[in-house]
Design a protein around this ligand. Structure first.
Ligand SMILES: *[C@@H]1O[C@H](CO)[C@@H](O)[C@H](O)[C@H]1NC(C)=O
Ligand SMILES: *[C@@H]1O[C@H](CO)[C@@H](O)[C@H](O)[C@H]1NC(C)=O
Ligand SMILES: *[C@@H]1O[C@H](CO)[C@@H](O)[C@H](O)[C@H]1NC(C)=O
Ligand SMILES: *[C@@H]1O[C@H](CO)[C@@H](O)[C@H](O)[C@H]1NC(C)=O
Ligand SMILES: *[C@@H]1O[C@H](CO)[C@@H](O)[C@H](O)[C@H]1NC(C)=O
Ligand SMILES: *[C@@H]1O[C@H](CO)[C@@H](O)[C@H](O)[C@H]1NC(C)=O
Ligand SMILES: *[C@@H]1O[C@H](CO)[C@@H](O)[C@H](O)[C@H]1NC(C)=O
Ligand SMILES: *[C@@H]1O[C@H](CO)[C@@H](O)[C@H](O)[C@H]1NC(C)=O
Ligand SMILES: *[C@@H]1O[C@H](CO)[C@@H](O)[C@H](O)[C@H]1NC(C)=O
Length: 558
């Protein structure tokens, strides 16, 4: 870490605050359970949406409305629109999730479900929550042709021999859960320790709250029957129209409902002492903290607002406007082979223009005509915001059949490919380069936050959103989630957006959006760049392995 020697002269306050926040989040008092936000299955409707111009805003409105309800009750239904384009939505977290975990799980569900577009409707089962949207009222449906069980692929070690011990234990636990749930708000959990072995069976059963108890029972009976077909597998999940059920020989349940997830008192002195011990690893961050600190408090803030109408006209008149056919040709009709990646709001393809210029084309899930506000918001912001550490927007296809954004192409792709995936690439990313990436990202962020025309909170800072140019300098990408906001308005966001593991706890819990949300994500990114470990990477519910928790460990051993 050759460049770290000069660091102490920078003020450390900001990075210190970021760490304090991260550590506080990893304290037992605020520790959440496991949101179990892994997707089990997404099933999309099979009819094309007739009138996207009306459908999409309805769909978005439904998700926003449900978002509010999820935060307070772990369940939500909403209806938006009318006629054939009406949108009915339902989302529910399973009963053992805390509200904070619920928000996390829902945030994941609502980022993935729009991938069903342009098919109308769809449902997504995650391990911690469920969401469904249709153009008719499905709230009282409890069975359907798509109901099925998904079996684990391992056999229970004790279900293996000819005793039916495991099978019997699972049957007993399931039927107990089916009997219990209808009378207790549609939710029940079960555990049975199998006598004479060290194995147990764990069961979760949950009906959607729109069902009455008799329909709930019917759904669970059917669900439990379909799971029996999985025995002697050690695990199974039933994905039914009105309920979700799961058994496993592994304890996947959250031990207790942790309430609202609001924090208890954190022993500040202990943290301060431990931060000092942890900070050695992260001292590089001090420089960045100082940089942001200096810019935030010394530079004068100027504001302005942008007229959307004017912007639309400007766009149509300007050279920013690419023809749809040009881009279609450049990307080989959006050939899978040219696909660079996929984000919550769209897929990105590599393209080559007729003059040989390489470009990256982002194909948004939603058609511009129908999400015009968001689309132009993005175009407007990025085209007015130019900085060496931000990916440059070359233009868009505004009038074609779908929304396309055209960016400069960066051959080295994203930072995550360098620091997590590939040993050789990780070596190429030496300390000096990592330091440069950190400083570059910080400069880009400061520019967004302190922009003279519009202040921008990125909301989704993470390794895969930091692209690298030919000289491995950082450029922040994907402003799809960004929103400008006016100062002096407390900004409550109904649309929690971002990526699990990078989102600040206060943003998740209260939807309060400030630049601090980016600073928290930046803190997580910093830990990742320094350690080469990915936060929250383990897919199999081992959330206790997250990098942030690991840093918390460092604290508890101090
Ligand atoms: C959500 O929708 C319901 C009706 O479906 C409506 O009564 C309620 O006001 C909406 N809430 C918000 C926050 O929009
Ligand atoms: C739902 O959408 C489909 C396809 O657009 C349409 O045929 C159907 O009539 C709609 N259903 C209702 C209840 O409006
Ligand atoms: C999801 O479930 C549907 C029907 O229930 C099935 O057709 C589809 O293959 C499943 N998808 C995956 C990825 O398992
Ligand atoms: C079980 O399935 C998972 C993916 O669903 C796979 O990664 C794993 O290798 C499989 N295990 C066995 C023993 O087949
Ligand atoms: C078979 O089941 C018995 C219980 O009946 C258990 O004690 C034994 O460990 C099992 N054998 C194997 C190979 O798992
Ligand atoms: C279970 O019993 C059947 C006959 O009842 C026998 O064919 C089979 O080999 C046995 N399997 C094991 C694992 O003992
Ligand atoms: C349970 O028993 C198996 C062997 O029968 C052993 O490998 C395993 O470590 C035991 N697990 C615990 C938690 O004791
Ligand atoms: C439960 O709801 C269904 C459909 O809404 C209805 O047919 C049934 O009679 C209800 N059962 C009870 C006991 O209320
Ligand atoms: C569950 O219900 C469906 C639809 O009614 C039916 O086809 C299926 O046989 C039932 N499954 C079980 C295991 O009872």
């Amino acid at each position: 870490m050759s460049s770290s020697e000069s660091v102490p002269k920078f003020p450390n306050q900001l990075i210190f605050l970021a760490l304090l926040g991260i550590l506080a989040a990893s304290q037992p008092q605020t520790a959440t359970g496991d949101p179990r936000a892994q997707t089990v299955n997404v099933t999309c409707g099979n009819q094309m949406e007739a009138n996207p111009a009306i459908f999409v805003p309805n769909f978005v409105a439904t998700m926003e409305n449900i978002s509010e309800q999820m935060r307070t009750s772990g369940f939500g239904v909403a209806v938006a629109g009318s006629g054939p384009d009406i949108n009915y939505g339902l989302a529910q977290c399973y009963g053992d999730l805390s509200l904070l975990d619920c928000v996390l799980c829902y945030a994941e569900a609502r980022t993935i479900l729009p991938q069903c577009y342009p098919f109308n409707g769809g449902r997504i089962f995650l391990d911690g929550c469920f969401m469904r949207a249709e153009n008719y009222s499905f709230y009282h449906e409890y069975k359907g042709p798509q109901d099925r069980a998904v079996c684990g692929n391992a056999t229970s070690p004790i279900g293996n021999n000819n005793s039916s011990l495991f099978q019997d234990s699972v049957r007993r636990t399931l039927s107990q859960a089916v009997a219990d749930a209808p009378a207790s708000n549609g939710f029940s959990r079960g555990q049975l320790d199998i006598v004479g072995t060290n194995s147990s069976v764990f069961v979760l059963a949950n009906c959607w709250r729109t069902l009455n108890s008799s329909d709930c029972r019917l759904c669970l009976e059917n669900a439990s029957d379909s799971m029996m077909g999985c025995l002697p597998r050690s695990e199974a999940r039933a994905l039914h129209t009105g309920c979700f059920m799961r058994y496993s020989d592994r304890d996947f349940l959250n031990s207790e409902v942790a309430g609202t997830g609001s924090s208890g008192a954190v022993p500040v002195i202990v943290i301060v002492v431990s931060v000092v011990s942890c900070i050695l690893v992260l001292i590089v961050g001090g420089a960045i903290g100082g940089y942001i600190w200096k810019h935030r408090y010394i530079e004068k803030k100027r504001r302005g607002s942008q007229d959307v109408q004017k912007m639309v006209k400007t766009l149509n008149d300007s050279s920013l406007n690419f023809k749809y056919s040009t881009l279609e040709k450049a990307t080989g009709c959006f050939d899978e082979a040219n696909k660079l990646g996929q984000g919550g709001f769209g897929s990105v393809y590599k393209g080559v223009l007729a003059d040989g210029r390489e470009i990256a084309v982002k194909r948004l899930f939603f058609n511009n005509k129908h999400r015009i506000g968001d689309f132009f918001n993005e175009v407007n912001m990025i085209s007015s915001v130019e900085h060496k550490n931000l990916v440059r927007l070359l233009g868009c296809s505004c009038s074609g059949p779908e929304s396309l954004l055209v960016y400069e192409y960066l051959p080295n792709k994203s930072l995550d490919r360098f620091i997590f995936a590939d040993v050789n690439k990780a070596k190429a990313m030496n300390w000096d380069r990592r330091y440069e990436v950190i400083v570059g990202t910080a400069e880009g962020l400061v520019y967004l936050h302190e922009n003279s025309k519009i202040r921008i909170i990125h909301r989704d800072i993470k390794a895969s959103n930091i692209l690298l140019d030919s000289r491995l300098r950082a450029k922040i990408a994907d402003f799809g989630l960004a929103r400008s906001f006016q100062e002096d308005k407390s900004h409550i966001s109904t649309a929690i957006a971002g990526t699990l593991g990078y989102m600040a706890p206060e943003y998740l819990a209260h939807g309060q959006l400030t630049e601090k949300a980016d600073v928290y994500s930046f803190g997580v990114l910093l830990l990742e760049i320094v350690t080469g470990k990915q936060n929250n990477r383990s897919k199999n519910a081992e959330y206790t392995d997250s990098l942030v928790t690991w840093v918390g460990f460092c604290h508890s051993r101090a």
